[in-house]
Design a protein around this ligand. Structure first.
Ligand SMILES: Nc1nc2c(ncn2[C@@H]2O[C@H](COP(=O)(O)OP(=O)(O)OP(=O)(O)O)[C@@H](O)[C@H]2O)c(=O)[nH]1
Ligand SMILES: [Mg+2]
Length: 210
């Protein structure tokens, strides 16, 4: 995907703030610190449009990014961060749940799971619930650069087995550090968001003079 334009639109704290222009939306979910914001930055090849942090729990609102005036990425707050108070967690839970169950524009949930480790109980619950409500999911195994390439298939299989992976969903091995999986993920996003196939990037040749 050639990125012509990517802009931060809003940090939404209530549904009244969601965009009204009905563009398709792709949401990013996963544990705190799994690499959601980094993945957005890598997809659009911008260093820091989506705010990343080594401190988990940084993204606490629904952050909308509009890409090429064609679709939105929606960076969801991470789950599973122990230091956040229970009340706060429950509030987020309801807010995210409301978004994921009720948003017609949502075409794909990109569910990030750290490729290095087996999925946590929260990861499994999130996946099962998203399948239960009928979402189309792409599971992304993140931080692939941190393990050797030869181990990727074994780690991917453990994640799939533990999740009870639905073979109709997609699975992408990804690294925001190296860009591994970027094109593959873009292709899935393009298809699920119903965007037209990539335009030829080269400018057409000028006609020859007669
Ligand atoms: N090596 C490596 N580090 C990564 C990768 N993706 C993210 N990180 C690092 O992991 C940390 C967390 O990344 P974020 O993108 O902020 O994670 P997040 O999921 O948005 O976190 P929250 O907003 O807290 O939910 C940062 O220090 C990133 O640099 C990756 O693919 N490879
Ligand atoms: Mg984030």
């Amino acid at each position: 995907m050639k990125i012509m334009n990517a802009e931060f639109i809003i940090s939404a704290v209530s549904p009244a703030q969601y965009p009204l222009d009905a563009l398709p939306e792709v949401a990013l979910a996963g544990r705190s610190n799994v690499g959601k914001s980094s993945l957005i930055n890598r997809l659009i090849n911008r260093k820091n449009l989506a705010r990343t942090s080594s401190q988990p729990g940084k993204t606490q609102t629904l952050n909308y990014y509009r890409i090429n005036d064609l679709l939105y990425f929606v960076d969801l707050p991470g789950y599973g961060y122990a230091k956040v108070s229970k009340t706060r967690r429950e509030e987020w839970g309801k807010f995210i749940e409301g978004y994921l169950t009720g948003r017609d524009e949502l075409k794909l949930l990109v569910h990030l799971i750290d490729l290095r480790h087996p999925p946590t109980a929260d990861d499994i619950a999130m996946y099962e619930w998203s399948k239960h409500i009928g979402l189309t999911v792409c599971v992304v195994g993140t931080k692939a650069d941190k393990i050797s390439k030869g181990h990727w298939p074994k780690h991917a299989k453990i994640i799939k087995d533990k999740l009870g992976f639905d073979p109709r969903d997609s699975f992408v091995v990804f690294s925001s550090e190296t860009g591994k999986g970027r094109e593959e993920l873009w292709e899935i996003i393009r298809e699920k968001a119903g965007l037209p196939a990539e335009q030829v990037e080269e400018a057409p040749k000028a006609p020859k003079a007669p």
